[in-house]
Design a binder for this molecule. Sequence first.
Ligand SMILES: [Zn+2]
Length: 266
Amino acid sequence: MKMTKYVLALICAFQLSCSSLGGGVSESDINAEAAKAYAEIKAKSKMSNNAEWNAMVQRVAQRIAQSSGENFQWEVVLIDSPEVNAWCMPGGKMAVYTGIMPVLKTEGALAAVMGHEVAHATLRHGMAGYARAKQSNYAGLAIGIATIVGGQVLCKTEQCRQLSQLGGVAAGFALTFLDRKFSRGDETSADKEGQMLMARAGYDPAESLKLWQRMNAAQKGAAPPEFMSTHPSDQTRQGNLSSWLPQAEQAYAQAPQKYGIGAPIK
Ligand SMILES: [Zn+2]
């Protein structure tokens, strides 16, 4: 089982560097760009000083990272922003926004969100897109994403507005990353792998279903965060998560430590 996963990882790594990235842009190039963009985002953002939430975000990230078995340069920050959002860049650089915390209600739901976001990174979703963007120059692409009208940069999100003030390649990557759209297939596999990651990390995977219900209730009218993207549909997503649950419950039963739904988020 472990061996199969290792071999698959090797094949993936080979294919990423040889075919889907192409043109001499390697995964380590992409991860290096992501790390630079992450440093810019951290420098530009206000960090939360909520000690309880910070501690929770750190421990959940650490447990999810460990359960992934991936040798990334993991890092997570809690950004003080009303935005209901969380993400993980290629290479394991993560952010959670304070706006999502009250919606989640439990540490287990935070683990479900982070599991989903980390799964996009460990499954190498969107890497071909980053490679294309890098080859066509991030800065130029960033201008295309953040349309400039009369000297004003028009952005859909607060992050975009903050980052559009930056110049250079790191801002280009950041804007490319934050504006990314994953395919329906990628979303479904991130849901599945995310549920497994949270279970192996010791969080009750049934909480993943509660998460989507809470997010749906809270999202009426607001712009949806990445993991609430319109596809797959809510019904499909809930049905999928239910059908995968027995397998995730098995992984949860085998987790070395169990935290259930974790601490409440107040
Ligand atoms: Zn997603």
